[in-house]
Design a protein around this ligand. Structure first.
Ligand code: CA
Length: 320
């Protein structure tokens, strides 16, 4: 058998983060070698606590957790926290006991650099929150963009409305400056935006399958999903939830589940469209120099095999 793909999950758990982490832990194709934490759905301190808690739930306390940045790349402390989507605790308001484990001493950025150096070209970062830690790693070590294998990120709204406001998707909006650094870094990047993840819906009927499953992780998720379903019902008038983070995770695990285009992506960092992601699709050769000229390209997902993603998520979560 081919060697397993090594992945580090950069995460702000988060209900769909919890699903994505569990899917990864149940995927024989990959080996999760660490979790790094970031603000987004909750503040970073709570993200770390939740990451440790989720590993305890899954019985995988052997996996290290490195705490990430508490502020944006420009040291901004006014953060956008989406606790109204995931509950005050980020995990469906279940008042879980505090985890027994502790994060490692290293910061998320230092851990990312260390692992990229240990296994050059072999580590995939699956980034499920704002991109501050990745941008910090790129700042700390300019060779990180070459040493990291791939960065698969959940972020952006390519040619569709955002989910924070009509312009911006939440993870990019969380730290647009960091996102622009990452997109133009030259690393091998696959961006999975909400133009793709909005096609991947876990329905009420799918949730019933989780509820009825004897799987330990399925049972756990059945408890925390209620808050996420209520939010979607209110915000999108749907009886289902978008599988943002699990879709990005599965795109990293099995790239054949998505198709992508390639081009330069820049991120708007100011004004009313702060967080907007603009892909230059190369259908025109511009006469003038633009902010997209001479920048490295990235891959941007355009289609997804949604039924297969939902099926894989359910199968892997329902294993006992
Ligand atoms: Ca997330």
């Amino acid at each position: 058998m081919a060697t397993k793909k090594k992945i580090i999950i950069d995460t702000d758990p988060g209900i769909d983060d919890a699903m994505a982490i569990f899917v990864a832990l149940r995927s024989p194709e990959v080996e999760v070698i660490g979790l790094t934490t970031i603000y987004g759905n909750v503040y970073t301190t709570l993200a770390t606590r939740n990451a440790l808690h989720l590993l305890e739930v899954a019985g995988r306390t052997d996996i290290p957790v490195a705490e990430g940045s508490h502020v944006t790349i420009t040291k901004g402390t006014k953060l956008r926290i989406a606790d109204f989507v995931h509950g005050n605790d980020g995990l469906g308001n279940q008042n879980f006991p505090p985890p027994k484990g502790k994060p490692i001493e290293q910061s998320a950025a230092t851990f990312l650099i260390e692992q990229a150096n240990l296994y050059p070209g072999e580590v995939t970062v699956v980034a499920l929150g704002p991109l501050t830690n990745i941008a910090l790693a790129l700042h700390q070590d300019p060779t990180f963009s070459r040493k990291i294998g791939q960065i698969v990120l959940l972020g952006g709204a390519f040619s569709v409305n955002g989910n924070v406001n009509p312009a911006a998707e939440a993870n990019i909006f969380g730290d647009p400056d960091a996102a622009d650094i990452v997109f133009t870094s030259g690393a091998d990047i696959l961006a999975v935006g909400i133009n793709v993840t909005h096609q991947v819906v876990l329905t009420d009927a799918d949730r019933d399958k989780l509820v009825q499953s004897n799987g330990r992780l399925a049972q756990y998720l059945s408890r925390i999903l209620e808050v996420y379903f209520s939010y979607h019902c209110e915000a999108y008038f749907t009886k289902g939830v978008y599988l943002h983070d699990p879709t990005a995770m599965l795109a990293a695990i099995d790239p054949s589940l998505v198709t992508f285009t390639e081009g330069v992506v820049r991120v708007q960092t100011t004004g009313i469209t702060r967080g907007l992601t603009i892909l230059y699709n190369r259908q025109k050769r511009f006469g003038e120099h633009t902010e997209w000229s001479d920048k490295p390209t990235v891959k941007v997902a355009v289609t997804v095999d949604a039924p297969s993603v939902v099926k894989l998520v359910l199968e892997r979560l329902m294993e006992s």
